[in-house]
Design a protein around this ligand. Sequence first.
Ligand code: PGA
Length: 263
Amino acid sequence: MKLVILEDHTKASEWAAKYIRNQIVQFNPGPGRYFTLGLPTGSTPLGSYKKLIEYYKNGDLSFRYVKTFNMDEYVDILAENTHILDGNAPDLEAECNAFEEKIKAAGGIDLFFGGIGPDGHIAFNEPGSSLVSRTRVKTLAMDTILANARFFNGDLTKVPTMALTVGVGTIMDAREVLILITGAHKSLALYKAIEDGVNHMWTVSALQQHPKTLFVCDEDATLELRVKTVQYFKGLLHVHNKLVEPLYSMKQNGAVKEAACYF
Ligand code: PGA
């Protein structure tokens, strides 16, 4: 597991976007060789999405040969390459099973980009979810309903109480997981994810058993971590920064180095 601690939400979002960009460019996607990306909703990833759109507009990154499994459409991704769970499907169980099958057919997820809730949920795997769960219908916890009311003009009665979500097991099957966590309200969840044991009441903690997880957070999210932990990972920042420096571009053939200008 890696933990990258940056000053604030903007810097953390940019770092995550650079990481995604480098992973896609270095994969060298093309016809018959798709990069498969899991994408989250919520407000946390918006800053990273903005950067990815910027890279796309500059011609540094193309999503032509990228498949996504997510709940939102995205930049220039071809409609046939996006996979979105349909909460209005007549048979929700069949919809969830089909989603799992589509992931399998795509060869699995290369990089799962996610956020977490203040209660430590990953995707909508609320406290108590099975750590081997698959895509399914979940009842949302009151904490999540309260947190999401902001997307519904603060009207609790308008927030759905059920959701379709990939399972913890689905996420654990991804070859790599990148989690972006910002804000003091997520600090207890980050502590549970990193310093406490694997526990189904904090489903993000399952990632302790994933072979390749990268947490990117801001200073505020580290408030519940031990000073020793924070200093340890800050001491490794120069090593972790090599993942985004140099920053690769698709502008020329193959993975071409671009001047690194992170700090
Ligand atoms: P947020 O949601 O990014 O809007 O905080 C994250 C989540 O609930 O998983």
